[in-house]
Design a binder for this molecule. Structure first.
Ligand SMILES: Cc1ncc(COP(=O)(O)O)c(C=O)c1O
Length: 407
């Protein structure tokens, strides 16, 4: 079969992720491979651990990468923390809460769900009430649910979990580096992420951090792989973790100075993940969050300035993505196709109950930039006008410019 070299068409990815990777990340990924135990490689692994401690804002020793997309991190956390029959509470306010629920069910945990309408978040009292009733081992909640654009406030939940003796896990794939997040101050025991949103990388690596409490729970189930066992190696007594690939006890051994062999670390993805974190630390986490806040405000103001309606409770939306109600009579998918064809701009569709009702526009990572916001708003105005929608002429870019003038 004859095939041509990869030559992607130019695109500006303004959806809810993936977004255009920072060129510096792509450059890092094209660096030469080294051996798994080359001191250069193990040195970069240690550096990556240190960089992600700054990104997650934690002192956790167990801060590393899971090879795979964001859901690999979620699976690793849940399959390693949950034993069959363990009770877990999952507050669901969008698609990705449902993903946590499904993965926990696959671990044969006893899963209890509370639901908020899509477009809203939970109050801490609602979650505490459910914790009282369910008495779970683990609270598993998404911070930013990309499907609805909402950002669940987490600050108060760590203290609630401590009081009730509950482990606290969150998925920050969509929100990390674009919204305030503090793993240690907020009492998180396990946190997982991905590169393809505010971290400005491609999907394929899932940074994770585990508190000493979580490490202890996981290590009670530590078993050394048969082919690696030496005389004197003793397995912990707990039930063996049901996945080999996502066995966090083994993965921690691999990332520790023991370097006990597990998978072959995906070298190019490690280069990418390291560069994503390096760039954020160089910028400063507070500055990165402020950048996402500014461009998110400009995009929101622009959408409203055009006369369009943002979706959901905008006071609780993530800085880095906005949902837009598709105006009556407009074919949402046809408009997305025109935006790509005429302007090379991709915006997002949506899932489940919101499919066909909202578009989602991201301003994240490399694309959290003024020119990206202004170009997208200008193009959106043109395609909407072409689709027969009456709009405030120049209202989108005008409103965004005002936000930039305020600074
Ligand atoms: C909040 C959240 N969690 C998990 C995922 C799943 O990520 P992946 O597709 O990288 O496995 C996504 C993807 O968009 C997400 O937004």
């Amino acid at each position: 079969m004859k095939s041509d070299p990869i030559h992607p068409p130019y695109r500006m990815l303004m959806g809810p992720g993936p977004i255009d990777a920072d060129p510096r990340v792509l450059r890092a990924m094209s660096a030469a491979l080294v051996g798994q135990y080359d001191p250069a490689m193990t040195g970069w692994m240690n550096e990556t651990m240190g960089l992600y401690r700054e990104v997650f804002r934690t002192d956790n020793q167990a801060t590393m990468l899971i090879d795979g997309t964001s859901r690999a991190g979620i699976e690793a956390a849940l399959v390693s923390l949950l034993e069959p029959g363990d009770r877990v509470l999952v507050p669901v306010f969008g698609r990705f809460g449902n993903l946590l629920r499904e993965i926990a069910e696959r671990c044969d945990a006893e899963v209890h769900v509370i639901e908020a309408p899509w477009g809203e978040v939970f109050r801490p009292e609602q979650i505490e009430q459910a914790i009282r009733e369910v008495q779970p081992k683990l609270l598993a909640v998404v911070q930013g649910d990309t499907s609805t654009t909402m950002c669940q406030p987490l600050e108060a939940l760590g203290e609630i979990c401590r009081r009730h003796g509950v482990l606290f896990y969150t998925d920050v794939t969509a929100s990390l580096a674009g919204n305030e997040f503090r793993a240690d101050d907020w009492g998180l025991d396990a946190v997982t992420a991905g590169l393809q949103k505010c971290l400005a990388g491609p999907s394929g690596s899932a940074p994770i951090t585990l508190s000493p409490r979580a490490v202890e729970v996981i290590n009670r189930r530590r078993h050394v792989e048969a082919g690696l066992k030496k005389e004197g190696d003793d397995d912990a007594r707990g039930l063996r973790i049901r996945s080999n690939y996502f066995d966090l006890a083994m993965i921690m051994d691999y990332w520790s100075e023991a370097r006990l062999n597990h998978h072959t670390e995906a070298t190019s993805m490690l280069y990418a993940a390291r560069e994503c974190a390096r760039l954020l630390v160089e910028e400063g986490m507070d500055n990165a969050i402020a950048r996402h806040r500014l461009h998110g405000r400009a995009m929101l103001a622009g959408v409203q300035g055009l006369g369009l309606r943002p979706f959901g409770d905008v006071d609780n939306k993530m800085h880095n993505v906005v949902g837009i109600e598709i105006p009556d009579g407009v074919d949402g998918e046809a408009l997305r196709r025109t935006l790509i064809q005429d302007y090379a701009i991709e915006i997002g569709t949506s899932f489940g109950p919101l499919h066909g009702r909202i578009w989602r526009i991201g301003t994240m990572g490399y694309n959290a930039r003024r020119d990206a916001v202004m170009t997208t708003l200008a193009a959106l105005e043109q395609v909407l006008r072409h689709a027969g929608v009456t709009l405030n002429a120049g209202g989108g870019t005008g409103a965004a410019r005002e936000i930039y003038q305020e600074g």
